[in-house]
Design a protein around this ligand. Structure first.
Ligand SMILES: Nc1ncnc2c1ncn2[C@@H]1O[C@H](COP(=O)(O)OP(=O)(O)OP(=O)(O)O)[C@@H](O)[C@H]1O
Ligand SMILES: [Mg+2]
Length: 348
């Protein structure tokens, strides 16, 4: 039996805007999303801000009803049998909400164990197990208000696991977590999956997705644009090479000029303080593009220029740009929206 089945899931939000005369506006957040996740699989949902990832997760974990389409968790329909679904799942949303600051980690876990109906006899053992799993042993009696973000995030994961869920939804678990804590977190997630828990994860960190995920669905504009193993997604851009150029003060006009260089397949730019990294995807072996690309950047200071094989991030950018028809522009939610240093529009 499959752990998760999403079949043509759709969700439209209706909200009211304007005053004094309010208008109804409809947002089609998810527009027909279909995928399957096998038991024990670590499945990633990637996509720009507003792609519909959180909305998809909220339909799968019964927090939102689909506008249409169906979804099942271990065979239980999320709309018809939410109680059975909830028994099998846990979820953790990135960010700070959902813990009681004035209580210790231990008391938080006791409280949620009660709430989730973990039997009194199991509670103590389960909580000890989880504190060990997330590396908080020895700190469990401290109040959560004194916890760092990474510790909170790990406590959230422990909370999400209290009732032994078969499926764990992790929505941006590593947001705001330092690199060392993020690595610990990844290890925790990988261990969980290795022990048989099905994990559905969203992240904006491509390296994290590449390292962790068995398979990845890239969604943009509410639709699945690509689905496969990290390797198979990378092979979508295998015929490309990537040129990385450090530069100072590249404007949108120059980027457009680079885009128009024959043989260039995609261009993005990311700000790193005063420095920008311009990433240019070219046809494989097109080393003769170095000259024309640098000529197109004429007038700005150029730092290091390197050429490399495409990464998951490159594949992701190519998929999203193709999906949103943005391969020409530097503006809009696709570029500016992806945090975690994927790609930032140079001009707003
Ligand atoms: N409660 C809501 N009411 C109205 N619109 C909403 C609501 N929640 C989300 N949306 C809209 O639905 C779309 C998808 O949002 P969603 O939160 O699912 O995106 P996401 O992929 O999780 O993005 P992010 O990477 O920023 O977390 C967006 O256009 C968003 O503005
Ligand atoms: Mg989200």
């Amino acid at each position: 039996m499959l752990a998760i089945e999403a079949d043509a899931l759709r969700r439209t939000y209706t909200s009211r805007t304007g005053w004094p005369r309010s208008r109804r506006t409809e947002t089609e957040a998810v527009r027909g999303v279909t995928f399957e996740v096998a038991p024990g699989e670590l499945f990633g949902l990637l996509g720009p801000n507003g792609a519909g990832k959180t909305t998809t997760i909220k339909m799968l974990n019964t927090l939102l009803l689909p506008t249409s389409g169906t979804a099942r968790v271990f065979g239980h329909d999320v709309a018809r049998d939410p109680v059975a679904v909830r028994r099998r799942i846990g979820y953790v949303f990135g960010g700070d909400r959902g813990l009681y600051d004035r209580l210790s980690a231990l008391d938080n876990l006791r409280y949620f164990a009660e709430l989730y109906g973990v039997g009194a006899r199991d509670q103590k053992r389960r909580i000890a197990e989880l504190l060990d799993l997330v590396g908080l042993v020895g700190r469990e009696k401290e109040r959560v208000e004194g916890y760092s973000r990474g510790m909170r995030q790990r406590l959230h994961i422990a909370r999400g696991l209290l009732h032994h869920p078969d499926v764990l939804f992790l929505d941006e678990p590593s947001i705001g977590v330092d690199p060392v804590a993020a690595r610990d977190l990844r290890r925790t997630v990988a261990d969980l999956a290795a022990a048989g828990t099905t994990v559905l994860l969203t992240t904006h960190y491509m390296a994290e997705a590449d390292e962790l995920c068995d398979r990845i669905a890239v969604i943009a504009g509410g639709r699945v644009r690509a689905l496969g193993t990290p390797g198979s997604l990378k092979s979508l851009v295998r015929e490309r090479d990537v040129l990385e150029i450090e530069a100072y003060g590249v404007d949108a006009e120059r980027l457009d000029r680079v885009r128009r260089v024959p043989g260039v397949r995609g261009v993005s730019a990311e700000d790193r303080g005063a420095l920008q990294t311009v990433t240019v995807q070219t046809g494989r072996g097109a080393s003769d593009l170095h000259g024309p690309v640098l000529a197109a950047l004429d007038g700005v200071r150029i730092g290091r220029v390197t050429s490399r094989e495409p990464s998951l991030e490159d594949a992701y950018i190519a998929i999203v740009e193709e999906a949103t028809g943005k391969s020409g522009s530097t503006s809009g939610d696709v570029h500016g929206g992806v945090h975690g240093g994927v790609s930032e529009g140079v001009s707003a």
